[in-house]
Write a protein of this length. Sequence first.
Length: 401
Amino acid sequence: MAGQLTIIGMGETGPESLSAPALLALADAQLIIAAPRFHEALSEQRDVTAKVLAWPQPYSDIFRLIDAATETHIVLCTTGDPLWFGAGSGMLARFGQEKCHIIPHLSGFQLAAHHMGWAINDCETVTIHGRPIASILPYLYRRARVLVLAENRHSPHKLAELLDQHGFGTAQMTVLAHLGGRAEAVFCGQASGWSHDVPDFHMIAVQCPDLAPKTAGFGFDDAVFEHSGKLTKREARASALAKLAPFPGAVFWDVGAGSGAVAIEFMNVARRCRAFAIDKDPQQLAMARRNAAKCGVPALSHIEADLPAGLDDLPAPDAIFIGGGLSPSVLRQCYDRLQPGGNLVAHAVTLETEALLLQGWQDYGGTLTRITVNFADPVGGYHGWRPLMPVTQWHVTKPQI
């Protein structure tokens, strides 16, 4: 990029709703990149003399276009707030804050919340633009209010089908098209019977019902996950997650991931995290991949590798769960790579792997716990306790430097 990059947020009325600084940026620009629906209005602006181009398809070509441009001032006209699921974050990451000037407008999320009469701080905000539609699942729960940035006119039908499939068929959907513009339109209906045809450009407001299944949080029923028997059971999994202390943006390793259940639940709790499921068995990783897609966390990274070699090139983790592949070298490398203040949890169900956890506890400290779970089960005409295999759990928090 030869010079300055300005990213302007616009509303549905185009340039006429822009602030004075945004209008000055347009007048100063040598190249403007904007959606085609804004081109006519931009051409009518007396002070705008720049060449106007449409956003490239695919979107990723925008960086090649900007890099090749010789103009000293490029203006990108985006929708709403460029830093709220917009182009601004990518531009800052690529070109740096010193070369990027951002002028926001009211976001579609704000306009949608205002139309619905919802306090935006009480809403979940999510995008399905360019992302798998199942990624909305971690944001669904009883009585949730979810504002969704749609991709195109097909988004409401796909979302309604997803909601119905996952037990949210009675959710109320409101499609808010061309908010703030002359073509503003509203479409309402229940997810299970959604039948409206809507314009491409819109927001979707979802009011989840009072009674709904569990899709967010952690401690999912074991039946949620496809597995071959190598599954950290619900009670032990919930205990591990509590000690792993997930937080948004964390880096997480699930070592010997099997079905991927621990990584999937970590991602459900820790939004924007980077999670890696590492396993040497491609069939296990295939199951983990299907489970991640089903549970709405398709961003889970799957690493097929032997241990500990497969850990070498991964980013340093804030939390690690070891559910399989235990060895002295794996424990040592996991502890060494763990960030200061990070949490490591390892499970063992055999005497041999339990001995490794005992050694880890003696070498690094932490807590060693035996988890035993019994379920009431029929015994003839009565009931008795039927135990699961005990799980030995080692948890350690790496000291702060």
